[in-house]
Design a protein around this ligand. Structure first.
Ligand SMILES: Cc1ncc(COP(=O)(O)O)c(C=O)c1O
Length: 405
């Protein structure tokens, strides 16, 4: 997708919008899958960007789903049930029964003893044996500690409606060192070995979230992508255990395909500082690790006319009424004008869902897909949020004047 394509989208759809380059997404997914082929398969952690579930459907073997909302998105996108790993730290009986009534999921994770009991009860109600991964904690509110997992494994016969097929482990995102990820995997594998040696439990599946990072900011040094991939692959291949290894990935798959396009809505000079006001803002843009707008994410200035003006420093601010709505400070730009565009890159993961969208009751931005074959597709139009910020009673009233008087 070229900058010309991007500007054409801006003319057609207006800004701000996210656009996801589906060719880039498919290529990246294929590259990662090919790299791990024969070693591990890839599960897409859809929390990174639920809009990519549909486009990834033909390519991805599994989708990690962490809420009923995410589950409904998968249903809507026609994701086969067997591809769904129903995960998430909070599960209710109603939710589980809804999933089971409709045909169930491929795998369920248990994050606590309560989950385990709930899954057992729901399985019994449906007379179905549910395949379960026990989530091992990394020292936070997720999963269960190793002693608890061991205890469950020891007493696994007490759960006739559960088939404990293996373990899940994820310890956080945007990791810093490839070797650390590899060591975490080794440690995870060692624990599976303990369960085998001490309790005669053979895990059939290990689901591991490596938390691979995406380098977002100028001037930062990160290990090359190959180093991450090679380190983990080597660790998995060190011990060709008879288990299926699945790598849960969100950011690493999704970030690169996304661009956020926003336009200059105003410009001013206040007490010696230059400010651009953009039609988007921090409610739409969230780069992990950004600090007080001091770091410069990968971005591009797309002027409407090439001017050749000398560069001066600008603070890029959004449209929210808060002094913290600064996207980037001190960016050198050559004579920006109202209507010029600014593209923020690598926005495909998390920004689309992690923004503070309701603040100031501004509209949700449009979401576009783009591919060479299909061209642009409006995946979601901009949506008003103001209805969520006033009581239902008044939203339902067409005649707002009545309320005002
Ligand atoms: C269990 C689990 N797996 C995978 C992921 C995806 O993480 P990342 O975006 O770092 O790849 C997350 C993110 O929170 C997660 O909680």
């Amino acid at each position: 997708m070229t900058n010309q394509d991007l500007l054409a989208l801006a003319d057609t759809y207006g800004t701000p919008f996210y656009v996801f380059d589906l060719d880039a997404l498919a290529d990246r997914t294929r590259r990662i899958q090919t790299f791990f082929s024969g070693t591990a398969s890839i599960c897409y952690a859809m929390k990174a960007n639920p809009f990519l579930v549909g486009p990834l459907k033909p390519q991805i073997e599994r989708f990690e789903v962490c809420s009923q909302g995410e589950f409904h998105i998968c249903e809507r996108m026609g994701i086969p049930r067997k591809k769904i790993v129903l995960s998430g730290v909070s599960k209710t009986e109603e939710e589980l029964m809804e999933v089971l009534e409709g045909g169930g999921a491929g795998i369920y994770t248990a994050e606590s003893i309560r989950h385990l009991i709930l899954l057992e009860q729901c399985g019994e109600r449906k007379s179905a044996v549910l395949p379960v991964l026990l989530r091992v904690t990394s020292g936070n509110q997720f999963g269960m500690d190793r002693e608890t997992v061991k205890d469950i494994v020891k007493r696994r016969k007490e759960y006739p409606f559960l088939h404990i097929i293996g373990l899940q482990y994820y310890s956080g995102t945007q990791k810093k060192k490839p070797e650390k990820v590899a060591d975490e995997y080794r440690n995870f594998l060692r624990f599976a070995g303990e369960l085998r040696d001490e309790l005669g439990f053979e895990a059939k599946e290990l689901e591991f979230g490596p938390g691979f990072p995406v380098p977002y900011f100028a001037g930062e040094r990160w290990p090359e992508e190959e180093e991450w991939l090679n380190a983990l692959k080597a660790a998995i291949e060190e011990e060709p255990a008879p288990v299926k290894v699945t790598l849960e990935m969100g950011r690493f798959l999704a970030a690169e395909c996304g661009t956020y396009l926003t336009s200059v809505a105003d410009q001013k000079r206040n007490e010696g500082e230059n400010y651009l006001i953009l039609d988007g803002g921090i409610h739409h843009v969230n780069y992990y690790g950004q600090m007080m707008a001091m770091k410069r994410p990968e971005m591009e200035f797309l002027p409407r006319k090439e001017g050749g003006s000398p560069e001066t420093m600008w603070n890029l601010c959004g449209s929210l009424c808060t002094v913290s709505d600064v996207l980037v400070k001190e960016v050198p730009l050559p004579g920006p004008e109202i209507g010029d565009r600014i593209a923020f890159r690598k926005i495909g993961a998390y920004s689309v869902t992690e923004g503070i969208y309701l603040f100031l009751s501004r509209d949700l931005p449009k979401v576009l897909f783009f591919s060479e074959k299909e061209g642009p597709v409006l995946a979601r139009d901009s949506l008003p949020t103001n209805v969520w910020n006033s009581p239902n009673e008044f939203n339902e009233r067409k005649d707002r004047k009545q309320w005002k008087s």
